[in-house]
Design a protein around this ligand. Structure first.
Ligand code: NAP
Length: 253
């Protein structure tokens, strides 16, 4: 298990109570960062906070709907008050949305996926930039895109549009805030074994998805979290404005 030298840093992880976000919270805390977990469900947050006690660094939790700009701003203020500043923001919370062809996608489903997966990343990134500028310490923002930030996938129009949008807003912010010593990158996981995937797909569907990756399997949340922690660290000092697929070879074909 790697450690990324994040002592003295404060990290916010949205969607940190499950799946990839939970794995990110673990590797960031293991690397020495204080971690604030944002998610929708208090009990789920508390379970992960309990797990993080093993690392002996400060942790914090907030119930936040990332699609609500005022709630995001209030939570960022709360973190600054509780932990002093914000150096790392993993804008990870997301939903899968309905599986329907573009001709059948409803307004409601479209708006909810865009609200959480695109507005939510924009609001969290914006609040993080403001906090990082206020501290004068700079920082690293990691936005969770997907392989569907690079290619399309039938029945996932809203999700694919949101993830392409996440890559775009990452590129813009990286240019705008390089002089503030804020690096901004996007991560593009292939299919990863989390509740988001497992609750929607049966064993046969998972097997068929696995076959679309060169490694012939889906990924584990910890394999994505390693990349996130590296991007958060000083080892990634020349990395900004880039979209990093971590996909077992899905996009290589
Ligand atoms: P997950 O296990 O479902 O975790 C996502 C977490 O975000 C859940 O705890 C969820 O809460 C929370 N969340 C959802 N909407 C929220 C909101 N409006 N405000 C705050 N928290 C919210 O899913 P995951 O697979 O780890 O996904 C994490 C990120 O990775 C997402 O952005 C996803 O698009 C991306 N991703 C996943 C995969 C994959 O194959 N798993 C691949 C590529 C990209 P609830 O449980 O209450 O919904």
């Amino acid at each position: 298990m790697n450690s990324y030298g994040l002592g003295g840093r404060v990290a916010v992880v949205t969607g940190g109570a499950s799946g990839i976000g939970r794995a990110c919270a673990h590797v960031l805390a293991r690397s020495g960062a204080d971690v604030s977990i944002w998610d929708r469900d208090r009990a789920a947050i508390d379970l992960v906070l309990k797990e993080l006690e093993a690392y002996d660094f400060r942790s914090h939790g907030a119930v936040v709907d990332v699609g609500d700009a005022a709630a995001v701003d209030a939570a960022m203020d709360e973190v600054r008050e509780a932990l002093g500043h914000v150096d790392i923001a993993v804008c990870n919370a997301g939903i899968g949305g309905a599986a329907a062809t573009s001709g059948d996608y409803t307004d409601e489903e479209w708006h909810e996926v865009i609200r959480v997966n695109l507005d939510g990343v924009f609001y969290t990134q914006r609040a993080a930039i403001r906090a990082m500028k206020a501290s004068g310490r700079g920082g690293s923002i990691i936005n969770m895109a997907s392989i569907l930030g690079a290619v399309g996938f039938p029945t996932a129009s809203a999700y694919t549009a949101a993830k392409h949008g996440v890559v775009g807003l990452t590129q813009v912010a990286a240019w705008e805030h390089a002089a503030d010593h804020i690096r901004v990158n996007a991560v593009g996981p292939g299919f990863i074994r989390t509740p988001l995937v497992e609750t929607h797909l049966d064993a046969a569907a998972l097997e068929s998805l696995a076959a679309q990756h060169a490694l012939q399997r889906i990924g584990e949340p910890e394999e994505v979290a390693e990349l996130v922690a590296w991007l958060a660290s000083d080892g990634a000092s020349f990395a900004t404005g880039t979209y990093y697929p971590i996909d077992g070879g899905f996009l290589a074909r």
